[in-house]
Design a protein around this ligand. Structure first.
Ligand SMILES: Cc1cc2nc3c(=O)[nH]c(=O)nc-3n(C[C@H](O)[C@H](O)[C@H](O)COP(=O)(O)OP(=O)(O)OC[C@H]3O[C@@H](n4cnc5c(N)ncnc54)[C@H](O)[C@@H]3O)c2cc1C
Length: 525
């Protein structure tokens, strides 16, 4: 019933950019309206969902999944408040790959958000991605399906977007698509409450709502609580009877056997325009590079680690140069170009699919990494979280009375478990396949001979499955035109950034291409 109750669109939609600072207000300075919302006694709320009594949804966690779910739920007519643990968003992380399925979900949710995201993204269209020999740098296998499938099936192209740009686009969408009736704050500040960590919840004994307790002791009541609080979710820990506040070893997450190092230097490699991403596979480790915006290149070093929670390396640059000694120049030049102080490091964890236990507990559900943390190598974590928000809003839109909520949340779990488990499985399978492949590098020609012919089929099947969640198509001609526009902007931005660096005397130019480059073949077609 929520669809009929959508709040009016903002009458003064400016193109003002909303950045993280727009939501940096502490929850201790709660606006009168938000204070009223938090304090509203549940007993007064009627069972029927109506325009005067829309569903009140609390989202614990204002990451990518939580913010996108808030947009979907608001579009479906719900009154939503997002509770985010951190006091302010800080720009962190480099670009992430948002695959066709995630982009299609954005398009189906909001054309304005689709445009906002594309304004700050790079398309995979007319680029090559694939696996390269970590030591020599030659291409071994390419993933043509990444761009061929969307083109054949009228899907939006996969894109590459900075995590902080994507987050800013989501915040801007929240701010600019609904009116804010409180003159003291903007709509994003009203909806996203910072410095508000959820520590536990309780389904009310009378079945009329859920209480969420915050770290500062306040209790917030709502019709639904969505635990979008990431892989170390407090909501999940309580729901699954796991030890709360425990990260890493001792938690129920699985260590993937890799420690991840990442960097984002300003750099001008020969493949900047032509390559989507390259996975360099070498002995024990693998290294992924992906050109980002504004002349920068993202790299991730997946370094084999036998035990979880190995201490952070003091000098990551020296450590990587030693560990990856003898690797391809394309790998080493990026490490050398990176300021060591900016290199991030973390253990990589994922989770076994939750096939035996539902994510629904009365009025509470989970979403995103809290219920299906996925290996980053498949580039699907954010896309799956977006699909969750989209599906949850669809399920709750059909709820006509509050007593139907527990059943609706159970049906949300049933709709999502098979798909999310399959994608989680594919991410793990890729990771384990790389572990098998790396010792075989000395006999690379044999590996290519025997495996080579099958890999395009395997990749096609894998991408085909991931892209099969597609609520909104896009005509291939329109998708190509948009991608060309993005490519032109991407090139201009990069050239300006490199020229600026060179004018400051900063060397950014990398090695020349000494390999056969399939990117050129792709571009010729
Ligand atoms: C290195 C790396 C690379 C990746 N690359 C890709 C990629 O290319 N493509 C892709 O699709 N995915 C990628 N992912 C995965 C993707 O980042 C996640 O799947 C996605 O961010 C999940 O979103 P989420 O909202 O569920 O969780 P998160 O983004 O982790 O957000 C959780 C939020 O909850 C907040 N929070 C935590 N606890 C509480 C609490 N108790 N109360 C309130 N708030 C709380 C946190 O501060 C955070 O803001 C990558 C992940 C990693 C680690």
């Amino acid at each position: 019933m929520l669809g009929a109750l959508a709040r009016p669109a903002h009458s003064h939609r400016s193109r003002r950019r909303v950045s993280s600072r727009h939501v940096g207000r502490s929850a201790s300075r709660v606006s009168p309206r938000a204070a009223g919302w938090f304090a509203e006694p549940t007993a007064d709320v009627p069972d029927a969902v109506s325009a005067d009594a829309p569903l009140r949804v609390l989202v614990a966690g204002g990451g990518l999944g939580g913010l996108f779910a808030a947009i979907c739920l608001r579009n479906a007519g719900a009154d939503v408040v997002v509770l985010e643990r951190t006091a302010s968003y800080r720009p962190f992380g480099g670009p992430i790959q948002l695959a066709s399925n995630g982009v299609s979900v954005i398009k189906a949710t909001s054309e304005s958000l689709f445009r906002r995201v594309h304004d700050v993204s790079r398309p995979f269209w007319r680029t090559t991605s694939g696996i390269r020999d970590g030591l020599k740098g030659n291409w071994m296998f390419t993933f043509g399906a990444i761009t061929e499938l969307p083109d054949e099936q009228d899907l939006p192209f996969s894109i590459c977007v900075d995590r902080s740009d994507l987050q800013a686009a989501l915040l801007e969408e929240i701010s600019e698509t609904h009116a804010c009736d409180d003159e003291n704050e903007n709509e994003t500040q009203r909806v996203v409450r910072m410095d508000a960590a959820v520590v536990r919840y309780a389904n009310r004994a009378d079945g009329r709502g859920v209480d969420a307790t915050l770290a500062d002791g306040r209790v917030v009541t709502a019709d639904v609580l969505v635990g979008a609080d990431g892989i170390w979710s407090a909501v999940r820990a309580q729901m699954f009877g796991e030890p709360g506040g425990v990260k890493g070893a001792g938690s129920t997450a699985s260590f993937t056997g890799y420690k991840l190092f990442s960097g984002l230097p300003l750099f001008k490699p020969y493949y900047y325009e032509d390559v989507g991403y390259s996975a360099f596979i070498g002995p024990d480790h693998y290294f992924v590079t992906c050109p980002d915006r504004a002349g920068r290149v993202q790299w991730y070093g997946f370094i084999k680690a036998s035990t979880p929670e190995s201490p952070d390396v003091d000098d990551p640059k020296a450590f990587l140069e030693t560990t990856l000694e003898g690797w391809a120049p394309e790998v080493l030049e990026l490490i050398r170009a990176t300021d060591p102080a900016t290199i991030e490091q973390r253990d990589l964890w994922d989770r076994f699919p939750s096939v035996a236990k539902s994510w629904a507990d009365g009025r509470v559900t989970l979403l995103g990494d809290s219920c299906h943390a996925t290996m980053p190598n498949i580039g699907q974590g954010a896309g799956l979280a977006f699909e969750d928000g989209f599906e949850l809003a669809k399920v709750l839109k059909d709820v006509r009375s509050r007593s139907e909520i527990p059943a609706a949340l159970r049906s949300f779990y049933r709709r999502r478990i098979a798909r999310t488990a399959a994608v989680q499985g594919l991410g793990r399978m890729n990771s384990e396949a790389i572990k098998i492949l790396t010792p075989l590098l000395p006999i690379r020609p044999l590996v290519e001979y025997f495996i080579g012919p099958f890999l395009p089929l395997v990749f096609r099947a894998q991408f085909g499955y991931c892209y099969s969640f597609c609520p909104q198509k896009m005509d291939a001609r329109d998708a190509r035109a948009l991608a060309e526009e993005m490519r032109a902007r991407h090139k201009k931005e990069a050239e300006e950034a490199w020229a600026d660096a060179e004018a400051r005397g900063v060397a950014v130019v990398g090695v020349e291409n000494a390999h056969e480059n399939p990117a050129l073949e792709v571009l010729a077609n």
